[in-house]
Write a protein that binds this ligand. Structure first.
Ligand SMILES: *[C@@H]1O[C@H](CO)[C@@H](O)[C@H](O)[C@H]1NC(C)=O
Ligand SMILES: *[C@@H]1O[C@H](CO)[C@@H](O)[C@H](O)[C@H]1NC(C)=O
Ligand SMILES: *[C@@H]1O[C@H](CO)[C@@H](O)[C@H](O)[C@H]1NC(C)=O
Ligand SMILES: *[C@@H]1O[C@H](CO)[C@@H](O)[C@H](O)[C@H]1NC(C)=O
Ligand SMILES: [Zn+2]
Length: 298
């Protein structure tokens, strides 16, 4: 009957689909890590609101649905441009007005625009009990949690000409891949295998230990938003493009082989970005769901 080989093919296709869909976000592991870290820093009000909004499939765990926007991006085609920002080649800076648009030039259609959009949807309901229930807030929460992760991946705020490193073909050790994928997945995968006993939970724990220790005095700065704003994605995007120039693009010319030197010097950047993404996601959700506003009932 050949049922076994049929299943094998299904497996292959799934792996392929995962590789392809992984191209435009932290991979599954990166998003999971950001949301796991955030969970530790949520206030009671935010925990309650998040629980109420999560779909049943999450079984109460925000991290379980943080890759959802990558899974539906081919179904919700309009959402594709919301995962990243393309900036002018070699400028190494970001400006909302100049850069936040999709490839057709439609304004606000980029990751920082999407973060503002989904924050506004949630605050309009949670901070103002009179507002009309217009949006699917379960989706708003899943998009927001995902995009705050994405904006911390340096190559999500990369250059226009190489699509954030997607067209830069290099070798990661002996494997041929593109630079964007290395920053979404490969650095994290290699670290988990090399340093964390092949268990992502150990890597997350190590990052959490740093947050409560080495980085603890920086947390107020990470969480801070100017002018009492609920959310402030612009500085995160500026940091990302700056890190993209200093670390991601550096020494990663097309055709090069990236190995230990690149891996060991870039891993601390990746770990810190996962930490900052988690802390800032928690801070944003805490501000959105602060109990001062009357909570609307779904
Ligand atoms: C804002 O959210 C709505 C609902 O998901 C979506 O249709 C729209 O494209 C979003 N716009 C941006 C800029 O994120
Ligand atoms: C909201 O979105 C989720 C995820 O896409 C979906 O399962 C749910 O049915 C939606 N709710 C409504 C009221 O449309
Ligand atoms: C920020 O918000 C707090 C509490 O709502 C308020 O006391 C403070 O004056 C605000 N600061 C600014 C600069 O608006
Ligand atoms: C912890 O912080 C130190 C000092 O900033 C850094 O060198 C190290 O890479 C960090 N480790 C993790 C797991 O984030
Ligand atoms: Zn993404």
């Amino acid at each position: 009957m050949g049922g076994g080989s049929g299943l094998w093919w299904v497996g292959r296709v799934l792996v392929l689909v995962q590789l392809v869909t992984g191209i435009l976000g932290w991979g599954k592991e990166g998003h999971y890590a950001v949301c796991k870290i955030a969970e530790e820093y949520l206030t009671e009000d935010a925990v309650a609101a998040v629980k109420e909004l999560l779909p049943d499939s999450a079984e109460g765990d925000l991290a379980a649905v943080c890759s959802w926007p990558d899974e539906i991006r081919f179904h919700y085609r309009w959402s594709s441009a919301l995962h990243y920002i393309d900036t002018p080649d070699f400028k190494c800076n970001y400006q909302y007005c100049r850069d936040c648009h999709d490839s057709a030039g439609l304004k606000d259609r980029c990751v920082t625009g999407a973060i503002l959009n989904y924050t506004n949807q949630l605050t309009s309901v949670y901070q103002n009990s009179n507002s009309v229930f217009q949006y699917n807030l379960t989706e708003a929460l899943m998009f927001l949690a995902h995009f705050i992760g994405d904006v911390h991946q340096p190559l999500h705020v990369g250059f226009t000409g190489d699509l954030g490193g997607n067209t830069i073909m290099v070798h990661w050790y002996r494997r041929k891949t593109n630079l964007h994928h290395i920053w979404d997945d490969m650095i994290i995968d290699s670290a988990v295998k090399t340093f964390y006993g092949s268990d992502l939970a150990n890597m997350i724990q190590a990052i959490q230990n740093n947050i409560t220790d080495d980085w603890s005095n920086q947390l107020p700065l990470w969480e801070y938003c100017q002018n009492n704003r609920t959310v402030c994605p612009d500085p995160y995007a500026s940091e990302s493009v700056s890190l993209a120039c200093k670390f991601a693009y550096k020494n990663a010319t097309p055709g090069s082989t990236l190995g230990d030197d690149y891996f060991l010097s870039r891993l601390p950047i990746v770990e810190k970005r996962l930490a900052q993404g988690g802390i800032r996601l928690a801070a944003t959700l805490n501000r959105i769901f602060a109990s001062q506003g009357k909570r609307a009932k779904a």
